[in-house]
Design a protein around this ligand. Structure first.
Ligand SMILES: C[S@@+](CC[C@H](N)C(=O)[O-])C[C@H]1O[C@@H](n2cnc3c(N)ncnc32)[C@H](O)[C@@H]1O
Length: 338
């Protein structure tokens, strides 16, 4: 069964969470935790015993479905879900007809028969949801389970900017379930799929955890296959990497990054702001160069209140598996005064 962290995701904070959590607990007080750029959701997942209310947001469709699968506190029938998973796993994929997933991604991101089964399951989920055979929560559990199962076997090095050029991709897809989180009666979760700069204007929180993209790599372009399987609108795809038309292009990945960051910080209604960033300014590839300098970040945060800065050397491998020298992760914690 998958946990939220069983996912390959650029910038996931999972491996740093012991350190990050200890800093937050030591320096911030409050009952509400707002994960402003939640990505995989692992930050919230790691802090689930610490607060009464969680607000989780990301503008990607697949991330929203994953938060709902794991975190939405609604009833579901686990026996029914397990039966559905078993039925789909027993489908003979070699006999299936071609479908949107196999035609576009077969022999590229997935083995062709696996791709046929993935497309078939996605279509079935749409149908059983429409016919109300499953409820809302069951649908999100089943769809996020499909996303985790797909991501586990994809023929990539972790993101979908390219697939590995190999001749015969082994058939290895298995539909496996996620393990939804059970919160206590006193805990609440709100899930959003909004532009963070808009959402912060509507939210009041005690702690805001801000982990924006650091460089020009657009998440919607990296995880387009998962986005496409989630939205299931079957658009025309382009180029070698088979991407759809651009959507959700983040300002944090452009030269406007400092400006949007300042706007976000200015509009946050919170007692504490926790920001994570790193010191990646002189990488080999310009696409991994940071968009905001640490000095700029500190200056923007200082305008809101006293800011402490913590850092930690971190052995970081970027998506291409190249090691970055002298890499450090930073955590800024601001106690808001104004
Ligand atoms: C560095 S990642 C966050 C990683 C996350 N903390 C984790 O541990 O998995 C940044 C996230 O911001 C999201 N994002 C980028 N621009 C956004 C925007 N304007 N509004 C909402 N989300 C955005 C991306 O989709 C991505 O998931």
């Amino acid at each position: 069964m998958f946990n939220m962290y069983n996912r390959r995701y650029t910038g996931s904070k999972y491996k740093l969470m012991e350190w990050i959590r200890s800093l937050i607990i030591a320096n911030c007080k409050g009952k509400t935790f707002f994960d402003v750029f939640a990505g995989t959701g692992v930050v919230t997942e790691y802090m689930l015993n610490d607060y009464e209310k969680y607000i989780v947001n990301d503008f990607l469709y697949s991330n929203e479905v994953i938060y709902k699968g794991f975190l939405l506190q609604e009833d579901y029938d686990i026996d029914k879900i397990m039966k559905i998973v078993e039925t789909y796993n027993n489908i003979n994929r070699t006999r299936l007809k071609e479908n949107y997933v196999s035609i576009n991604y077969g022999d590229k991101y997935f083995n062709r028969d696996d791709a046929k089964l993935i497309g078939k399951i996605r279509e079935e989920l749409k149908n059983i949801n429409k016919k109300n055979i499953i409820n809302n929560k069951e649908y999100y559990i089943l769809l996020s389970s499909l996303l985790y199962s797909v991501d586990k076997i994809a023929n990539t090095c972790g993101h979908y900017d390219a697939y590995r050029k190999i001749n015969n991709i082994d058939s290895k897809f298995k539909y496996e379930l996620i393990l939804p989180k059970k919160l206590t009666k006193n805990q609440k979760v709100e899930i959003y799929r909004e532009d963070s700069n808009e959402l912060v204007k509507k939210i009041k929180t005690d702690i805001a955890f801000v982990d924006p993209p650091y460089n020009s790599r657009q998440y919607s372009r990296f995880y387009h296959v998962l986005e496409n399987i989630t939205t299931w609108k079957k658009p025309k795809l382009y180029g070698v990497a088979l991407k759809p038309k651009e959507e959700n292009m983040s300002e944090y990945c452009k030269s406007s990054a400092s400006k949007v960051f300042k706007d976000l910080i200015d509009n946050l209604d919170t007692k504490y702001i926790v920001v994570t960033y790193n010191n990646n300014y002189n990488p080999k590839s310009t696409s991994s160069k940071n968009k905001i300098t640490l000095e700029e970040l500190k200056k923007i945060l200082d305008e809101k209140g006293n800011t402490k800065v913590f850092n930690k050397p971190y052995k970081y491998f970027n998506a291409g598996k190249t090691e970055l020298k002298n890499h450090k992760e930073y955590v800024f914690i601001t106690k808001v005064e104004k």
